[in-house]
Design a protein. Structure first.
Length: 614
């Protein structure tokens, strides 16, 4: 039978060995590891299978069930995000059912142990049913479905380090209390954060690793987020911690773990890649034309890391990638929102305590009902969900929160005249971005605001004209739909900038200026126009900046509105942290969008404010 699943996890149970290792690791220098260019492409493997070493004695087999980027998706995701090659998939009630099915199948095959592992972003950027309660619902369903281990992801830091610790250890929210009236005990599984260290002492902010025993063979799980996390979360919440290099940290801990006699390791990391093979649908368990940051990370890894459970990119794949020795490491990702589960099987040599082989297959978490002809049943544009696949214990939790949030989520707050999409022009401008920037400008107009900027990464969805499951009429928009677009509860702030500083802000959209490492095109409010040259040198790309047709005066002062994520330097926009006279508007950024949609029927943004030339 599969190993009994411990539901009453407590932090101390995982503390003893990691605490010793943490004390030692603080004394070790970080070993620099060279990485190759990200030019490798990998052929499809279905399922991915890796052989590590010849067995020398008896073996044992264990199952690792992996998923990532759950993002509080209590309900199945809607639209294309809820389809895997046309198959309706995802949602907590269905994910739990599939986890149970896969565990039971492994037990029938004689697999002795099974652990469920998550590669970060279980919380944050969540639908309202979870986000309205500070993602306590997400943690409660993950507890109930039997998650054993998780790494932190960047979204675990959306509300800062202090809130992450509350999510781990429990307790009522310091402002909103325990909104559901029955307390919050925290995650029953350890959040691993090997590369997130306290500035004060250099030690990890949470456990760096945990150890599982498979018929007496120890396997270490080391967890971490991407090193670039500080650039994509609000800097205000992470001032007390550093985010370390992924490869250096992983190998630092492999040294410690080998001292402890451990020869087999799994890296659980919130960083990934993507496969691509147009025009055919991608194989969920494939690795076609694979590329991404995870390739370089794996290339630098100690070969003791036989398996890497990855995430962040919201893509699915199972790959056989080379590690630092040139041998293979199995690398997996299960998309997002609980639409897939990766079934990993590992064989371990009981004598050497090393991996013998590993394989992985991505399994679609189907939630739909089929018509007699084999097509999926659709009603009112939404797949019909299969009640036979609902896990009742998860449904009980979900229904509690659905009932609590329904009056808020289904409230009609405004109207639109047509779909407002996130599709961008060649210049990087979207109609949704235009509308949000206009909404924030309107929200702060009384404070004298003249310009508004919106970060594209903060725009999480479109708003469609058709009615949604909330039951409102076509063209009507609910609060829940608005929250899906802007789920971060950022504040709206207005600051003073000179025209020259605004030019620097716009130049910082491009790699190579002001430390920017990723191109991000800010969405801009009505009245502001500019042109940029993609081929010009960094710092000289932006020209012809105008406000209401008049060129921006470098010496003049302008009042600029952004969310506080940007105002604190998020997404690499450190120049937006140089404003003066900051004024914070009441409420959150979603309130600005709600107010704007409620004032009059809103048309899609014109996408004519940013011009790109060669």
């Amino acid at each position: 039978m599969a190993q009994p699943r411990a539901r009453g996890w407590r932090f101390a149970q995982h503390l003893a060995v990691p605490a010793l290792a943490v004390a030692v690791v603080a004394l070790l220098p970080l070993a620099k590891t060279g990485t190759a260019e990200s030019t490798d492409r990998w052929t499809p493997l279905t399922p991915a299978k890796v052989s590590f070493t010849q067995k020398t004695g008896k073996t044992t087999t264990a199952q690792i069930l992996g998923f990532n980027d759950f993002h509080g998706n209590i309900d199945p995701p809607t639209g294309s995000g809820g389809l895997i090659n046309g198959t309706p998939a995802g949602g907590a009630e269905y994910l739990s059912t599939y986890l149970t099915k896969l565990r039971n199948a492994a037990a029938k095959e004689g697999v002795h142990d099974s652990d469920t592992v998550v590669a970060g972003d279980s919380i944050g950027a969540s639908p309202l049913v979870s986000a309205a309660f500070h993602d306590e619902p997400a943690i409660e369903v993950l507890n109930k479905m039997g998650v054993d281990i998780s790494s932190v992801g960047n979204h675990e830091f959306d509300e800062g380090v202090t809130e992450l610790k509350r999510i781990q250890f429990g307790g009522c929210h310091p402002v909103d209390g325990c909104q559901d009236g029955d307390g919050f005990s925290g995650a029953n599984f350890p959040y691993l954060a090997a590369n997130v260290t306290n500035k004060s002492n250099g030690l990890p902010v949470l456990l760096p690793f945990t150890i599982r025993f498979y018929e007496g063979v120890p396997v270490a799980y080391v967890g971490m987020t991407l090193e670039a996390t500080p650039g994509i979360v609000n800097p205000a919440g992470i001032k007390t911690v550093d985010f370390k290099d992924e490869v250096e940290t992983a190998n630092q801990y492999s040294t410690i773990l080998k001292w402890l006699g451990i020869r087999s390791m799994v890296l659980v990391i919130h960083e990934g890649g993507a496969q691509s093979s147009p025009p055919a649908p991608l194989d969920p368990s494939g690795c076609a034309n694979f590329a991404g940051p995870i390739t370089d990370i794996v290339k630098g890894l100690d070969p003791a890391y036989g398996v890497v459970i990855s995430g962040h990119t919201h893509r699915f794949y199972t790959c056989d990638l080379p590690n630092s020795s040139g041998a293979s490491t199995l690398v997996t990702s299960a998309g997002t929102a609980g639409t897939l589960v990766t079934d990993v099987r590992v064989t371990l040599d009981k004598k050497t305590r090393k991996f013998v082989d590993a394989s992985a297959t991505n399994v679609i978490v189907e939630n739909g009902v089929k018509n007699p002809d084999g097509t999926w049943k659709i009603e009112n544009g939404v797949p019909v969900r299969n009640p036979d696949l609902v896990d009742p214990k998860i449904k009980k939790i979900a229904d509690k929160y659905r009932t609590a949030v329904a009056p808020i989520a289904n409230k009609v707050v405004g109207t639109i005249t047509a779909d407002i999409t996130t599709s961008t022009t060649a210049a990087g401008e979207s109609s949704m971005g235009d509308v949000i920037a206009d909404a924030q400008l309107a929200y702060t107009k009384s404070a004298g605001a003249q310009i508004a900027f919106m970060n594209p990464g903060g725009i999480r969805a479109a708003i469609t004209y058709a009615n949604s499951p909330g039951g409102e009429a076509p063209g009507q928009v609910t609060y829940g739909e608005c929250f899906t677009v802007q789920p971060f509860n950022n504040l709206v702030v207005t600051q003073s900038f000179t025209g020259a500083q605004i030019k620097d802000v716009l130049e910082q959209q491009f790699v190579g200026f002001g430390g920017q490492t990723v191109q991000r095109i800010l969405q801009v409010s009505a009245g502001l126009t500019y042109t940029y040259s993609a081929s010009a040198a960094a710092g000289s790309k932006v020209s012809d900046i105008r406000l209401n047709g008049t060129p921006i005066d470098p010496a003049a002062t302008y009042l600029v509105t952004t969310n506080d994520f940007l105002a604190n330097g998020g997404d690499g926009f450190t120049n937006l942290a140089k404003g003066t006279g900051r004024v914070t508007a009441p409420g959150f950024d979603v309130d600005a969008l709600v107010a704007y949609l409620g004032a009059a029927p809103v048309t899609p943004g014109p996408q004519n404010r940013i011009t790109r030339i060669a």
